[in-house]
Design a protein around this ligand. Sequence first.
Ligand SMILES: Nc1ncnc2c1ncn2[C@@H]1O[C@H](COP(=O)(O)OP(=O)(O)OP(=O)(O)O)[C@@H](O)[C@H]1O
Length: 450
Amino acid sequence: MNLSDAPVHEAALAIEAVHLGKAYRPNASPAARLRAALLGREIPGDSFWALRDVSLQVRKGESLGLIGNNGAGKSTLLQLLCGTVTPTTGTVRVDGRVAALLELGAGFNPDFSGRDNVLLNGPLLGLGRAQLLEQMDSIIEFSGIGHFIDQPVKTYSSGMFVRLAFALATSVEPDILVIDEALSVGDGGFARKSFDRILAMKERGTTILFCSHSLYQIEAFCDRVLWLHEGKAMAVGPSHAVVRDYTLFLAGGSPEVPAPGAPVAVPSAEESAAPLSAPVAAPPADPEAPAPVATPVTQPGTATPGHARIRRVVTSLDGVASTRLQMTPGQGTLRVSIEFDSDPGIPMPTAGMTFELANTMILSSVVSRTDKVMLERDAQGRGTATIEFGPLALRKGDYYIGAYLGNENAIHLYSEAARIALLSVTDPRPEPGLVDLPHTWRVEPGHVED
Ligand SMILES: Nc1ncnc2c1ncn2[C@@H]1O[C@H](COP(=O)(O)OP(=O)(O)OP(=O)(O)O)[C@@H](O)[C@H]1O
């Protein structure tokens, strides 16, 4: 595991953490916590280390991804870096103003108007009153709240609330942007707008810390990645290398000795995004039994401004459309047609599809951008992308087909139709395995070295 990194001159660092640790006393009563806080003493009882001895340097302008299982300590590290939690051990030095997209609008008072909440919460985000007054019009404009800005925020829809909180948090260019889970917030066109704002900040050299379960997004967006496991740093380094180690760990189960040649699970971008199209069928309790496929969804109407979405997915084998496809190895032509609607004003979206196993591992995926295919659409923004596979080298098993629609660089997910169809392959051969790999045999009498 690579934990070493070349030392960087202090002035070039946005963040430096040295032996950072955070211990909690999970069983301490509120009274014991209060007593300890008043007396400035340790809370008695066993410590639980949410984060242990993490040393880290983040260069200015760098995008660092945080990955790890649930409870690995990712949020704790972000909170320590933002200064909302105090460290138990070690130190953290942050150079510049931090904007955190962690709990958007958490400090908003529901009885106050949007305008008053901006003025009250701005200082907590490090923004001065004069700056806020100067930025007020652009905050209102970006959030799209309009005249509701002078209404109490309790009258806002959840979308309006998030839009205003995001517009506030990102109104003045931060030096460091901390993102927990979602690269875009809100829905429809605002998700695209918020993603564009984050991307523009990255391009202008803002340091970004991005924590996500979507390894696809992490790898596409971040320069380097820190992998945490049970509070400890397992590896830090180039995104592709750390994501590869982590996926090997997920597949093989051992953080120290990844199983050589173990299948690699690369969860796709949709994991962290809200489903916009078809409902996702839960994996079955019995891993042997295929889960039901999601019902295909046909969505009437057109995409909202700034947005794109999957309208319908049609899967067929040898021209026969079905969501339950049966084949034997090497036979049939599989077609997956993704019909989409888009705002014709946004850049051309990217389409993709996955073959997913029952245990949520992605066996294979196809992305139009990677294949250098530009989608096409009419003046209304409507288009269809069809992926055609000749005889598939799949062996016996059940493979869920999922379809995805992302933005032009395939990082921001507009719409997904996960598990939209089930492809069942029956194979009379007894050999185990998922795919047939191209190979040849050569046979001869005697031993090669003779
Ligand atoms: N205030 C707290 N008191 C006690 N334990 C806590 C507290 N905050 C976090 N923990 C514990 O610390 C551990 C790390 O939590 P953390 O939220 O940092 O993990 P995470 O990697 O962000 O997980 P997830 O991916 O599920 O969000 C967890 O076991 C969590 O239960």
